[in-house]
Design a protein around this ligand. Structure first.
Ligand SMILES: Cc1cc2nc3c(=O)[nH]c(=O)nc-3n(C[C@H](O)[C@H](O)[C@H](O)COP(=O)(O)OP(=O)(O)OC[C@H]3O[C@@H](n4cnc5c(N)ncnc54)[C@H](O)[C@@H]3O)c2cc1C
Length: 468
């Protein structure tokens, strides 16, 4: 044990191999404080070569590895299992080089420890857009974003991480360093290996660098906050706006009144943009690389939608400050809910057209099982992806409700499954949904995943007890 730790210290430097409980504690629990694990050490290498050397040392010692980036994941994927202990946390935050920005190729190659916000800033510096945008972008890192196939608010226009990724550099479970950083749009030379590691949650390899697509920077952006009577009206409005503005619809977020109320209650300075409460809201953003009157186009269409009864009320931001205030209402929902207390969270997806049916069916099933349950629904309607979070009935006892998480989850996930949706549209499986995955993935899919895992990681050392 001491010899193993000495080897790790020699590889990364003693200052980057943490063993004191006061130093390791922040790395051994997750963002929500829901999981707490143990590890022999928290190791922070500074280069991809050091990552590979640490992996080889771990394989020789048969010590498991839990990869970690910004530790903002919401399913316990970056936290060692409480029953594990015989592992290290391998934190990639010190891999911070921007290796290449190629504006002419619309591509950027960055190391795993850069935050998403830093990648966005590097793109902006060459007058380009890196469109991946999440509320956690100041903390989440490239390696974590790739390993969770992160989405966010502009997936509707630009796609998930998978669609944005051109190439990867990965340390494999035998310690080999694979350089797949080709920044090509076209490459048909056999299996496209990078896809194996996207969304793999650190179970197949350790991402040390990634090449991403960049895009022309939008010159015109218009943001509006709209009140609608129902999710069905929101879905119809999305179709209407896309019919008029096409791919200029870059974000289309659905927010329920209870979700907004949490923000108004818990976030200082938050204020309701509309005069009267509405049952549902839509936050819509249109953008274009041309300097055109997008606000005029949106306002004309909204006037028609108001006349048709598709929209009940709304406001179009008149300045960037107003737009930012509208976005902060949406982005603070998770934080407001955290301040309200523990809730049972789901991040589901169904076809966009099935969102109203899902909300009806899941709401009715939950109300019948847990009368008065509080449903906080919001999310990326344009992607068919909703955060569907549940809190105790107004006068109920939350701990007792949270203890029912498996039964509550099954009610929600069964409805999702019946509508051919996914039980994890964004956050992944991690520890949280590992035990329920077999209920919703076919035996064939699980067997193929198991075969891939065994062939790449025969000793089962990469993030054990996660996903599979
Ligand atoms: C307020 C808030 C809002 C969020 N909003 C969104 C959202 O809109 N969309 C969305 O998709 N997610 C969202 N998330 C979830 C989270 O931010 C993302 O999943 C993010 O991509 C995780 O990045 P990270 O660096 O924090 O990864 P971590 O939490 O450190 O790790 C996540 C997983 O990736 C693995 N991993 C990390 N780094 C590596 C690496 N270099 N190589 C291999 N495996 C690795 C870990 O083992 C773990 O399984 C949100 C989270 C918060 C707290």
């Amino acid at each position: 044990m001491t010899a193993f730790l000495d080897t790790l210290r020699a590889l990364v430097g003693a200052a980057h191999c943490l063993t004191d409980p006061a130093d390791t504690a922040p790395y051994l629990t997750d963002w929500r404080g829901r999981y707490r694990g143990r590890a022999r050490a928290v190791v922070l290498p500074g280069t991809a070569e050091q990552v590979a050397a640490v992996v080889r040392a771990c394989v020789a010692a048969r010590c498991a590895i839990v990869p970690q980036g910004g530790n903002t994941g919401l399913c316990g994927g970056a936290t060692p299992r409480a029953d594990e202990g015989d592992c290290i946390v391998l934190n990639l935050s010190r891999l911070r080089q921007i290796r290449r920005v190629d504006a002419a190729n619309n591509a950027i190659t960055v190391e795993a420890g850069l935050t998403l916000a830093e990648v966005q800033a590097a793109a902006l510096a060459v007058d380009r857009l890196f469109p991946l945008s999440l509320a956690s972008e100041g903390s989440c890192e490239v390696g974590g974003v790739v390993s969770t196939n992160a989405g966010g608010v502009q997936v509707l226009r630009y796609g998930n991480t998978r669609e944005l990724l051109l190439g990867l550099e990965v340390v494999l479970p035998d310690g080999a360093l694979w350089n797949g950083l080709r920044a090509l749009r076209k490459d048909n030379t056999g299996y496209d290996l990078k896809h194996l590691f996207i969304g793999a949650e650190g179970t197949l390899g350790i991402v040390t660098a990634a090449s991403f697509k960049l895009f022309p920077r939008p010159r015109t952006v218009v943001t509006a906050w709209l009140g609608v009577a129902s999710p069905a009206a929101a879905v119809a409005l999305l179709s209407r706006l896309r019919g008029v503005a096409g791919d200029r619809v870059t974000a289309f977020e659905l927010i329920s009144r209870p979700a907004l109320e949490l923000v108004l209650q818990h976030i200082p300075g938050a204020r309701d943009p509309l005069a009267a409460p509405q049952p549902w809201y839509v936050l819509v953003e249109l953008s274009d690389t041309l300097t055109i009157d997008l606000a005029g186009i949106l306002e004309a269409e909204l006037a028609a939608a108001l006349a048709d009864g598709q929209v009940a009320d709304g406001t179009v931001a008149a300045s960037q400050t107003q737009a930012a205030a509208l976005w902060s209402l949406r982005e603070n929902i998770s934080e407001a809910q955290k301040r309200e207390g523990v809730s049972i969270k789901h991040d589901i997806s169904v076809p966009v057209s099935a969102i109203p049916e899902f909300l009806d069916r899941a709401g009715a099933a939950l109300e019948s099982a847990y009368p008065g349950v509080r449903i906080i629904a919001f999310g990326h309607l344009g992607d068919g992806n909703l955060h569907y979070n549940l809190s105790r009935p107004q006068h109920g006892e939350n701990a007792a409700f949270i203890a029912r998480t498996p039964e509550v989850g099954q009610i929600v996930h069964d409805q999702v499954h019946a509508l051919e949706g996914s039980i994890s549209a964004e956050h992944g499986i991690g520890q949280l949904k590992r035990s329920v995955l077999p209920r919703y993935k076919s035996p064939l899919e699980l067997a193929l995943m198991g075969q891939i895992k065994t062939s790449l990681d025969p000793h089962g050392l990469f993030n054990p007890g996660k996903v599979l």
